[in-house]
Each structure stands twice: as C-alpha cells, then as structure tokens.
Design a protein. Sequence first.
Length: 89
Amino acid sequence: MSAEIIKDINTNYVDGPSTMPRKYFLLNDRIEVLHTQLRQRLKSKKDKKKLDKLVDIISQTNSMECDEQFVSGFVLATRIMSEVLNYKI
C-alpha cells in the first residue's frame, strides 16, 4: 500500500506551530555553524560543492524519515481507533 495520501495529509493539512524543543533549534544552529566553518576551510570549489551536497542529502533523508514517522504514527492511530470501534461493551 502506498502511503502517498497519508504523506499528503502531513504536508498539506497538518499545520500549526512547531512543537520542537529548544534543543532542536540549538542543534540546527550548531549544524549551520559547523557547516560554515568547514566550508571556509575548504580550498577548492569542488570540495565546497561536495560538502554542500552532503548537507543537502542529509537534509533530504531527514525529511524522508519525518514523513515515514508520520505515516507510521498515523497508521498506528488508525489501528487503535479500529480496535476501539470494534470493541464490544
């Protein structure tokens, strides 16, 4: 089964303020600082492009992981609701 519809729900319909902890933003700031420092140390444009590509790929994989975690949570919640609705009192 394709999870594209569930991913679409996450992308287009789940909104609201981020609930990420402060530590998340601090870690992102550290990533940016380290990326900048490493980039400045590199001499060739080719190496700088490789570093930028690496950071971009890591960002893409993190996004994919988030999508899959949302799908897994959505499916689990749906299964729980199904169990609740089928429960006989």
